[in-house]
Design a protein. Structure first.
Length: 164
């Protein structure tokens, strides 16, 4: 089935694109959610207008979200967890744990679906991507340390002192 995307769809395409998708995906998800319409001749004539309108709204949204993306890019999260001798966690750190700590530290509300990661199951430093928009995907540093150990302290990145 060919559909014309009305809104940006993650891992499928941008608004105004014509995509060939599985019948069930188009009929049961894209069309009822208002993300796409069938690619008829009348709809294809509107494709350029949809593309231009989406580009302006995408630029506006990216401009608004850039401050949040910058703040998230500098963010470092720490989690304590029980772990075995090999450094493997007994549980895991999930995307919901990441979202809760981001909200607690920054006040930004993010859905767990925006956090692009597999559950963390080992000690150490990990990088987690947060999809704010299709274009803005800041990376958040996550450090998992053993429960009972001292919490790691991160040195703030400061520019080197200039010599006189």
């Amino acid at each position: 089935m060919k559909v014309l995307l009305i809104k940006d769809v993650y891992k499928l395409g941008r608004a105004g694109d014509v995509k060939k998708v599985a019948d069930g995906y188009g009929r049961n998800y894209l069309i009822p959610q208002g993300l796409a319409v069938l690619a008829t001749e009348g709809a294809l004539k509107q494709a350029e207008r949809i593309r231009q309108k989406a580009a302006t709204s995408r630029a506006l949204l990216n401009q608004e979200m850039s401050a949040i993306a910058e703040a998230l890019g500098k963010l470092r999260l720490t989690f304590s967890a029980r772990a075995g001798e090999t450094g493997k966690l007994y549980g895991s750190i999930t995307s919901q744990d990441i979202v809760n700590q981001i909200e607690r530290k920054t006040g930004f509300k993010i859905r767990r679906q925006q956090v692009d990661m597999q559950p963390l199951r080992t000690l150490g430093e990990h990088t987690v991507r947060v999809r704010l928009t299709m274009d803005l995907v800041p990376e958040v540093k996550v450090f998992v340390y053993r429960e009972g150990e001292a919490e790691p302290v991160f040195e703030e990145e400061t520019p080197p002192a200039q010599e006189a």
